[in-house]
Design a protein around this ligand. Structure first.
Ligand code: SF4
Length: 235
């Protein structure tokens, strides 16, 4: 898929789990990604070992660091290499994320000083009150308070930039959704006769112009505060 996509001149991104890069049997993965100029986007919830291991389990930070160092060694995250490396942060608890610009500066400084690691940009994401995080909110009786926090921080201006205005999500069978959150919630894009829209139904990208977007209370996760999308803060 990567080779076919790149052969068509498409931008290809890998939402990468850093720990996989140094797993036995995956040693050639970093070279493959670099050879095909795949953009790497990887989750790293903190630049401090104790916080990452506390959230993801002992040894996760060290393994993530080995992955980052392998990427840097191929040129990822380095100026002029053309190999983009982005990191992703989302809050551990039921809070809004801090300023993306401020946190990115902290990450860049601390990762460089402590480990000599560099990267291009940090994406700060708001936790969506759905699926695993939604269940955690329910089980800890924080769901209503968190939804109230998101609603209270709603910024009308973010509506112009939410990712469902420009992107669609495609499931493995080819059915379309406004975004991956709607896909997780099984809220499909509907065609004019109310059947699920399939990618083969689209003759041109313009076929979706004017199509209504399926929204719900989870959408406040995209519009709260600095806004949130797969590319981090909005605006
Ligand atoms: S969650 Fe709602 S606002 Fe956010 S991208 Fe999906 S449809 Fe748009």
């Amino acid at each position: 898929m990567v080779e076919a996509g790149r052969g068509l001149g498409l931008q290809v991104m890998d939402r990468c789990n850093l720990t996989i890069l140094t797993e036995p049997g995956q040693e050639d993965l970093t070279d493959f990604l670099a050879e095909h100029q795949v953009e790497v986007i990887a989750s790293l919830p903190c630049y401090l070992e104790e916080n990452v291991d506390g959230q993801r389990g002992n040894g996760t930070f060290a393994a993530s660091l080995r992955g980052l160092q392998a990427l840097n060694a191929r040129g990822y995250g380095k100026p002029g290499s053309g190999l983009a490396l982005s990191l992703v942060y989302n809050p551990i608890g039921a809070t809004l994320p801090p300023s993306q610009a401020v946190l990115e500066a902290d990450y860049k400084r601390e990762l460089q000083i402590r480990y000599g690691v560099c990267f291009n940009q940090l994406f700060v994401l708001t936790n969506m009150p759905i699926r695993r995080f939604g269940s955690w909110l329910q089980s800890t009786r924080q769901f209503d308070a968190y939804l109230g926090l998101l609603k209270g921080a709603h910024q009308e201006a973010n509506l112009d930039a939410v990712m469902c205005r420009d992107l669609v999500s495609v499931d493995w069978q080819g059915y379309l959704y406004d975004c991956d959150f709607n896909q997780m919630l099984d809220l499909p894009l509907e065609g004019t006769r109310s059947e699920r829209l399939h990618i083969r139904d689209l003759d041109t990208p313009e076929a979706l112009t004017g199509q209504a977007i399926q929204v719900g209370e989870h959408c406040y996760g995209c519009t709260a505060g600095q806004g949130s999308s797969c590319g981090g803060a909005l605006g």
